[in-house]
Design a protein around this ligand. Structure first.
Ligand code: PLP
Length: 427
């Protein structure tokens, strides 16, 4: 047995969300595969944790990082550095946000925290709208607005948060409605909330909920919300930590599925941009970004070593049209998994777009979430040589599939075959 399996309990917190009865120690990776300390190879259908966006050990990123490390890893946020300015320029260009300014952080949590800081300062309000079942990170304020109870420990939030319907369609009072009626019902819910509260600073929302189980709200939902928000001057923050950079195939950003509304006031990002290097950030219109009346800094935000990774990774993503690959290969994978679902009564639905695919499990013959089955499938898939994720609301009953965007058709087929076997073993 791997010695880390017992040693980690003496030094790491109990609440660390480690996967598997016997947690894995990953030692290296290449392309879409990783290896553990016992030499087992796994097809990585979770792309790290949606962090390995292009591929493990991508030579272009490795080279850029090594060359940068040879010059300087980090100088100081008190000085300019070229990779930071160049990555900010590139991201601003790709963002669709007019007159965009970019502030780099080191995680998605810190990015959302910053967006909340900006929104509350700009609007002079500490009331925030968030979505039910959402996840925005683990800092005091990010966890305080997180709507997913399994990730928000009981603690007092510094912000007053009100939760809006719409992020999840699988269950809940509006589940039976068609797209249009669903959107109308959610808009009514939003209006009702606004009638009962002090003017909120912002609505923060993931275009597709990540930790919440890769739920898929109907296209246009946030455009409809946006119309209402605009009337009240409320900002719209799109948390693109999981959905950005072409992951959803049809769009470069998740918010573009709601394009009628134009870009959000702020976009937060992290995870995939560095292909594993810790980059997060906020994109905001200048007037919002510049509203702070005090100095601010992130010591490691925008540091040279991560910016070099981000520049090389983003160039590769765009030049190789990995968004297009996510659309094509993701489409095939969704169809393949829907074929499996049709034969297994425990698989309630296969949802998602691009390479962000959720598989919702229930107790056969019921509509009850089945978290035990989800854990059993995860274990069986690992034994078969496949790593996937899980997620969902209070019951973690959705499997989450989010491989690196360079996934080939053959690898998609290989993963689907292992997953099918794991699903059949669980039911
Ligand atoms: N926002 C979303 C949508 C996320 O999925 C996550 C992490 O899973 C975060 C924010 C927090 O990001 P980080 O873990 O990098 O702090």
């Amino acid at each position: 047995m791997n010695d880390l399996y017992t040693r980690h309990r003496n030094v790491l917190p109990d609440w660390l969300a480690l996967y598997y009865d016997e947690p894995l120690e990953i030692t290296h990776g290449e392309g879409r595969y990783v290896w553990d300390s016992a030499g087992n190879r796994y097809l990585d259908f979770f792309g790290g944790i949606l962090t390995t966006m292009t591929a493990h050990a991508l030579p272009e990123v490795t080279k850029a990082v090594s060359e940068q490390a040879g010059r300087i890893i980090h100088s100081s946020t008190l000085y300019l550095n070229r990779p930071m300015v160049e990555l900010a320029e590139r991201i601003a260009q790709l963002s669709g946000v007019p007159d965009a300014r970019v502030f780099f952080t080191t995680s998605g949590t810190e990015a959302n925290d910053t967006a909340l800081l900006l929104a509350t300062a700009y609007r002079r309000s500490n009331t925030v709208l968030a979505m039910r079942n959402s996840y925005h990170g683990r800092s005091f304020s990010a966890v305080g607005i997180t709507g997913n109870r399994s990730w928000s420990p009981t603690s007092l939030s510094p912000l007053q948060t009100l939760y809006v319907h719409g992020g999840v369609r699988t269950r809940g009072p509006f589940a039976a409605l068609d797209d249009r009626a669903f959107i109308e019902a959610c808009v009514e819910d939003l209006k009702d909330i606004l009638g009962h509260t002090r003017p909120p600073a912002a609505l923060i929302a993931e275009p597709i909920q990540g930790v919440g189980g890769f739920t898929s709200p109907p296209d246009g939902l946030y455009a409809a919300f946006r119309d209402v928000l605009k009337e009240h001057g409320i900002l719209w923050i799109a948390d693109e930590v999981q959905t950005g950079w072409g992951r959803t195939g049809d769009h470069f950003w998740g918010w573009q599925a709601h394009a009628r509304s134009g870009p959000p006031d702020m976009v937060t990002f992290a995870k995939g941009i560095g292909n594993g290097a810790s980059i997060g950030g906020v994109i905001a219109r200048a007037e919002i970004m510049n509203c702070l009346d005090a100095n601010s800094i992130s010591t490691f935000g925008g540091t040279q070593i991560t910016m070099a990774a981000g520049l090389a990774n983003l160039a590769y993503l765009v030049e190789h049209d990995l968004q297009g690959n996510a659309r094509r290969v993701g489409g095939l994978l969704i169809e393949r998994l829907r074929g499996v679902a049709a034969q297994l009564p425990g698989v309630r639905e296969v949802r998602g777009r691009g390479l962000m695919i959720g598989v919702e499990l229930v107790r056969p013959g019921t509509d009850e979430a089945d978290p035990q089955a989800a854990s059993a499938v995860l274990e069986a898939a690992r034994e078969g040589g496949l790593l996937i994720g899980k997620g969902g609301g209070h019951n973690t009953s959705a499997l989450r599939i989010a491989p690196p965007l360079s996934l080939t058709v053959a690898e998609a087929e290989e993963g689907a075959t292992i997953l099918e076997r794991a699903l059949r073993s669980a039911y």
